[in-house]
Design a protein around this ligand. Structure first.
Ligand code: GLA
Length: 408
């Protein structure tokens, strides 16, 4: 394991941070605020957040770095380091762009305006190593990271929860994906070496320590981009709402699938369209799995925890139907490796990564098996990442960066 991936070691930010900072200085001749905004994993609780249910995510070491400073005037200039592209817009009137990436940033500025926050012109360079479309939520990292940075440079005084909600609304309204709150929440509230159980209705949350020397979180990336994800995501939301509508005829005031016990759902099965039924059945069971998985964590029963991850994948594949052949192949391959405690697809689905809970001693065997099986079936290799759990979005401290660079 590289030094920088060891639990507790400072993240490997020296290189990327310096590159983003230098590009900023070259383009804008100014000293920027530097912010690190992480990607996320989700151990269990998929497609439950927009049903007001439970999730168990964590912020990870892959991240987007922002360099941001105010500028005279009213123009926002955003520069995507990795694409080498810039985009300019009036901060008082961001207009949706045909290029997709500026919309994640302008959506934030749009929401700040709607919230009555006064911001002036600014410049921003951003870039990082969260693989796009991998299900690690690079979009939330961009939205929440910029919201955090603008809050600082303009002294807006927004609290962390306000930033979360604003970033989520940016995606809902400007980007047009009706995502839940999980990704933006963990982006801001993540803690090192911990997973966070979030009640997506009350927004109550609880941290569970999740750093053990004998276990690793391994992601296997199909490298399949999730083209279907955005449209099918909104379809799934609609199907869940249809289920709630049907049941609310029997339970007046019913708000979401979160409030539906399995027995209630089963007792009305004959009234359901079979597809809608399967969607609802998955969500109700997944919510129970998250609660049970948290009890497993309290007992440090990682064997039981892993089985629930497997159950989650089966539901996502067969009932919620958001998996794909590539994800299923990687989950199947993991299931054949002794020491892999659990494996499932992660995030919205239709591509991206699987998440695997693996005994340290089995990591090599998992890598070897996943690469071989995937290559045999699809003729190309998946990417494998070992994740360590890090803090949520924060300012990058200079002392730290210099210290870490001098160690190289
Ligand atoms: C995406 C969304 C989240 C969540 C997951 C599925 O990552 O942004 O809100 O719904 O999909 O669990």
């Amino acid at each position: 394991m590289p030094e920088s991936n060891k639990p507790g070691a400072p993240p490997d930010e020296g290189g990327p941070v310096r590159r983003i900072q230098s590009r900023f200085k070259a383009l804008f001749q100014d000293e920027p605020l530097l912010v690190r905004s992480p990607g996320r994993v989700n151990l269990i609780g998929e497609h439950t957040d927009y049903n007001e249910g439970f999730v168990l995510p964590a912020a990870v070491d892959k991240s987007i770095i922002f360099a941001v400073a105010p500028r005279k005037g009213s123009v926002g200039t955003v520069h995507a380091f990795d694409l080498g592209q810039s985009h300019e817009f009036e901060v008082s009137q961001p207009v949706r762009s045909d290029k997709s990436w500026p919309n994640y940033l302008m959506g934030v500025v749009d929401q700040l305006g709607k919230a009555g926050a006064k911001i002036g012109g600014f410049a921003c360079v951003f870039g990082g190593d969260i693989p796009i479309g991998s299900g690690m939520s690079s979009s939330a990292a961009i939205e929440a990271g910029l919201a955090f940075a603008l809050n600082r440079i303009f002294g807006l005084g927004l609290d962390p929860l306000a930033l979360v909600k604003l970033a989520q609304k940016a995606e809902n309204e400007f980007v047009g994906v009706r995502c839940g709150i999980m990704d933006q929440f963990i982006n801001i509230f993540g803690r090192p070496e911990s997973v966070l159980k979030l009640d997506c209705r009350s927004l109550d949350y609880q941290y569970f320590p999740f750093e053990r020397s004998d276990l690793r979180i391994v992601l296997c990336d199909t490298l399949v981009k999730r083209e279907l994800a955005a449209s099918e995501y909104n379809v799934r939301r609609g199907q869940c709402e249809a289920g709630v509508k049907l049941l609310s005829k029997h339970v007046p005031g019913l708000r979401s699938l979160r409030d539906v016990p399995l027995e209630l759902l089963e007792s009305h099965r004959s009234e359901f369209d079979p597809v809608i039924y399967k969607r609802c059945d998955y969500v109700v069971r997944e919510n129970s799995r998250v609660e049970a998985a948290c009890s497993d964590l309290k007992k440090s029963d990682f064997i039981a925890f892993g089985r629930r991850m497997n159950g989650s994948h089966a539901g996502l594949r067969d009932d919620y139907q958001v998996s794909c052949r590539e994800l299923d192949a990687l989950v199947d391959a993991a299931g054949e490796v002794p020491g892999v405690l659990g494996a499932r697809m992660m995030g919205a689905g239709f591509g991206g990564c699987t998440i695997n809970l693996v005994e340290e001693t089995a990591v090599g065997a998992l890598k070897e098996r996943a690469v071989r099986s995937y290559k045999d079936i699809f003729g190309r290799e998946p990417k494998i990442y070992i994740s360590s759990l890090r803090s949520g979005t924060d300012i990058i401290k200079f002392e730290w960066e210099e210290e870490s660079c001098s160690q190289r």
